[in-house]
Design a binder for this molecule. Structure first.
Ligand SMILES: Nc1nc2c(ncn2[C@@H]2O[C@H](COP(=O)(O)OP(=O)(O)OP(=O)(O)O)[C@@H](O)[C@H]2O)c(=O)[nH]1
Length: 652
């Protein structure tokens, strides 16, 4: 140290440094040299002289001695620390606890004691793996300068270790002093497990529940295959590992909270949703404490059962129950409402289900079919069918259930013990809103009274028709009937291409008759003529009608001109034969008749009005030619009009 100071001072003084260096080096190396006392001492004397000169300079001297003191103190501290480290090393060397010192910054092993070597380096040099693992765990600690009983598993070595560490200053650098121990001794203390382990393992292997046994440190002693499978591992792959190797930190915290009371000997039971094999399932978990021979809790048995299906079944059962209750309530409400409505309905109403059984009926229906309500409900409807209609009704109602098209028809029914009556029967498909089943609604409407009224009405109408078609005075068809019949026959003949003839008759000099014999007598004459005319026609389709006043017309369907002329002559003769005196007639002493005859082949372009016109023209000609005769219409352009009074025809 003093020598160093002298070097420094000499350098500062700019003294003979080169000589000093040369001598110093030679002296230190101790090499062969030719030692010269004079040359050796001269520099020393120079130094002494320099120091003496410097000592006269007070500030420099003070600085000098302060530096010297500081250097001496540093040396003392270093010496003390070295001795302490030596003591530590000695202690650690003889400690049975495996201990190592790790650099805080780079995981360099600064020191390992023999116990480490004994524990980890017997087979292979594995202490550096242990050191690396310790460092990795310690490097996560940010603010902490110590850690106690941290447990970890080294998969590579298949070892579970527990260590405690504290930060120290080791040879001027910060370092972790780590003491490490094997954990295997812990689980070995669980004697029941050692005894029954195999039995338990075989029990677990055949169990589908998630089961595992762990020490209080979280070391997995055994588990069921399903518990290991949830982590994608086999039983062998998880046994000997720790829970924290598989669960997240938050999950571990949760487990810890559940196990708080298990450690005090309580059985803990809870349910939770959990992700297993990517499925969110409801797990019912029970945690049992396991005791050693001193009744101390040493391990925890956890059994978890998948309750998802049970819960879903429960929920379905609950919902079906509530649905069932709802349907029942709905049904009873529905039924009471329905019953009130159908009982208030005057028409007989009944419901039957899709199987043809009666499920509801009102009083009216029971009365009609003659069956008591209690007997009717549930009865097969076929029992009421008469034998001859059974297959028809079955087919009809089955079709209704299929296509849903309402059926309505009238039927004259004779139920046992009842008078036969007319019914309108309406059948309609309905769907039961509570169970979706189809059935048939049957409504009977008693038409008997309506049918009676309808019948009476028909008769009345017939009578009216009859009355309205007859001429009151002459009791033969009136003008209205004549028009209707002529139009009908005309269109029929047009279609069937048949001839039709028409006789247009007029009483001769009838005005004079009325004037002389009185109007009432004239009426009698008209009635007599009508009757006699009517007696001359024999074909059912022929019609004698009073056309108006003293005019009569005869429609002769399907009759040619010759036949029409024959009838005209018969009528003229028949009227003459009445011999009704007419002293004022311009024609004869009795009442006579003139007739116009027209025959046509009805065609689409012609009409019955033409036939009337032709007959009227022919009548006009008959009057013109002297009355009391018939005249046949001829188309003047083609043929001259023929006026005849040919009684010879009557002879044929
Ligand atoms: N008594 C009676 N007379 C009627 C009825 N309808 C029409 N007459 C009469 O019949 C007469 C018809 O007279 P006219 O048309 O002049 O013809 P006519 O005197 O018969 O002479 P011609 O037909 O040319 O021969 C009228 O006097 C009518 O009053 C009736 O229902 N009863």
């Amino acid at each position: 140290m003093a020598l160093a100071l002298i070097f420094i001072i000499t350098a500062l003084q700019g003294s003979n440094f080169g000589v000093l260096w040369s001598v110093g080096v030679r002296w230190i190396l101790g090499g062969n040299m030719d030692f010269n006392y004079q040359s050796f001492m001269q520099p020393i004397l120079n130094w002494w002289q320099a120091i003496t000169e410097l000592s006269t300079n007070t500030p420099i001297m003070i600085t000098f001695w302060l530096v010297v003191a500081a250097l001496l103190m540093s040396m003392l501290v270093i010496l003390t620390l070295s001795r302490q480290i030596a003591t530590y090393k000695a202690l650690l060397t003889f400690s049975v606890t495996p201990t190592l010192v790790l650099d805080v910054k780079n995981a360099t092993i600064r020191y390992v004691n023999p116990a480490i070597t004994a524990a980890f380096d017997q087979d292979n040099n594995t202490s550096h793996i242990v050191a690396q693992c310790c460092f990795e765990r310690l490097s996560h600690l940010t603010d902490q300068t110590s850690v106690t009983n941290d447990v970890f598993h080294i998969k590579k070595l298949k070892k579970t270790l527990r260590y405690s560490a504290v930060q120290i200053n080791y040879q001027g650098r910060r370092a972790w002093l780590c003491q490490i121990e094997h954990m295997d001794t812990n689980s070995a203390t669980i004697s029941p497990w050692n005894m029954d382990g195999q039995i338990i393992n075989s029990l677990f292997s055949s169990n589908s529940a998630l089961i595992h046994i762990k020490t209080l440190d979280g070391l997995i002693l055994s588990c069921s295959p399903s518990w290991a499978t949830q982590f994608g591992q086999s039983v062998e792959q998880v046994s000997g590992y720790f829970e924290h190797d598989f669960y997240s930190v938050s999950k571990l915290e949760q487990i810890k909270s559940y196990e708080k009371y298990v450690l005090t000997g309580e059985v803990q039971e809870y349910e939770e949703w959990s992700m297993v094999d990517d499925n969110n399932i409801l797990l019912q978990t029970i945690k049992y404490p396991l005791y050693d021979e001193h009744q101390k809790v040493v391990a925890i048995l956890t059994v978890s059962n998948d309750q998802t299906e049970v819960m879903e079944l429960n929920e379905r059962l609950l919902s079906e129950n509530s649905e069932h209750l709802r349907i029942e309530a709905e049904l009873s409400r529905h039924n009471s409402l329905l019953n009130s409505v159908i009982n208030a309905t005057p028409d007989p109403v009944a419901f039957m289900n899709g199987n043809g059984k009666y499920v509801g009926a009102n009083h009216g229906y029971c009365e009609v079919v003659g069956v008591k309500h209690a007997d009717l409900i549930g009865m097969d409807r076929q029992q009421l069918f008469s034998h001859d209609k059974k297959s028809w009704l079955l087919e009809q109602e089955n079709q209704l259930l299929v296509d849903g098209k309402s059926i309505r028809y009238e039927e004259f029914l004779h139920f046992v013990g009842q008078d036969p009556r007319w019914y309108e029967i309406c059948k309609q498909r309905y769907v039961n809103s509570t169970n979706g089943e189809s059935g048939i609604l049957i409504i009977y409407r008693d038409l008997t009274e309506r049918k009676r009224i309808e019948h009476e009405l028909e008769q009345a109408i017939e009578k009216f028709d009859e009355l309205s078609s007859i001429d009151e005075l002459t009791k033969i068809a009136n003008r209205r009937t004549f028009d209707r019949k002529l139009q009908h026959h005309w269109s029929t003949h047009c279609r069937e291409v048949k001839e039709i003839s028409l006789l247009f008759c007029d009483v001769d000099s009838f005005k004079l008759y009325n004037d002389n014999y009185g109007h009432p007598m004239g009426d009698v004459v008209l009635a007599n003529i009508a009757q006699v005319m009517n007696e001359q026609v024999h074909r059912g389709a022929d019609l004698v009608a009073r056309y108006g006043g003293e005019e009569f017309a005869v429609i002769l369907p399907n009759t040619d001109e010759e036949g029409a002329v024959r009838l005209a002559l018969k009528i003229i003769a028949a009227v003459e034969s009445l011999a009704i005196a007419h002293a004022h007639s311009n024609v004869a002493k009795h009442v006579t008749l003139s007739i116009g005859v027209a025959t046509m082949w009805p065609e689409d372009e012609s009409s019955e009005a033409q036939l009337l016109e032709h007959a009227d023209k022919a009548l006009y000609l008959a009057k013109e030619h002297g009355r009391n005769q018939y005249c046949v219409y001829r188309d003047q352009e083609r043929e001259p009009a023929m006026v005849e009074l040919n009684f010879d025809l009557l002879k044929h």
